[in-house]
Write a protein that binds this ligand. Structure first.
Ligand code: 5RP
Length: 265
């Protein structure tokens, strides 16, 4: 791996822990003004200090993130479809490498829709990004999207998706947590981070999922709604950081969550 690629990767996966806390708020690229992300700058600014990287589109980066902010960016570069259109999975590459370099990002992210009518196109899009990523020293995050079919999130399907992303050369894979998650991580030769998915009922559900994912081989999270749709988002992200980077249990994370929420720390 070339120096530039290694250096960028070290901004995403922290060299001291080998883990990653990524804050995802790219949802608007197909969902529009998602609940609690109607005004991205207001929602996200307080959370930035607690994320190793932020994951978003170039539009929200330019309009809603201070260029002086001490953060690293993973840029969403796929899209072209919406939740109300006929084929959510019919994505293309939306943002050039020149633009990613101009924006000084640490990595680029793209969804693949395996098993869909547009599987081949999205996998070739990923492959094209990897070709360019190797040329310019830019890590590529492959995202195993399921679109509206949330029930697809089982170990058999996600193992298939993660392994295909790795075989095509992606440097990190983002997928969903599922039962028997160890099967997914053990058969994927590149690091895996988990998305949070739709908002869970309780904070303990989020902390238990994060802790189990780490125990079963994930290197971190690339999480959105379960952080910024919570009434106490800073408390949630700080608790998640403690699980990911300090190996804290879900119970310890909950105590930290309560302490931050109550202004004690
Ligand atoms: C959308 C994405 C999101 O970034 C991803 O799903 C993470 O967010 P959440 O934790 O809200 O699921 O890739 O396609």
């Amino acid at each position: 791996m070339d120096w530039g690629l290694k250096n960028r990767l070290s901004k995403i996966i922290q060299p001291d822990t080998g883990r990653a806390v990524m804050l995802a708020f790219d949802h608007g690229y197909f969902l529009g003004p998602t609940h609690r992300l109607e005004e991205p700058e207001k929602t996200i600014t307080p959370l930035i200090p607690y994320a190793d990287t932020i994951m978003l589109t170039r539009g929200v980066l330019r309009t809603s993130v201070d260029p002086n902010a001490d953060t690293n960016v993973v840029l969403r570069v796929s899209g072209g479809t919406s939740i109300v259109g006929p084929h959510l999975e019919n994505e293309g590459i939306t943002t050039s490498f020149e633009e990613a370099l101009r924006l000084n990002v640490a990595g680029v992210g793209i969804s693949v829709f395996i098993g869909s009518e547009h599987e081949r196109q999205t996998l070739l899009n990923l492959s094209e990004l990897v070709n360019q990523g190797e040329r310019y020293g830019m890590p590529v995050l492959g995202i195993t999207a399921v679109g509206k079919e949330l029930e697809k999130r089982d170990a058999r399907y996600l193992s298939l998706c993660c392994r295909i992303c790795a075989e095509l050369g992606t440097h990190i894979v983002k997928t969903y947590y599922c039962d028997e998650f160890e099967k997914v991580t053990s058969s994927c030769p590149v690091p895996i981070v988990i998305a949070g998915g739709p908002k869970l009922e309780t904070e303990m559900d989020v902390f238990n999922m994060t802790h189990s994912a780490i125990q079963q081989g994930a290197i971190g999270v690339d999480m959105g709604r379960n952080i910024w749709q919570n009434d106490n988002p800073v408390a949630v992200i700080r608790a998640i950081r403690a699980i990911v980077h300090e190996n804290e249990s879900a119970e310890q994370a909950f105590k930290l969550f309560e302490a931050v929420k109550n202004g004690e720390v």
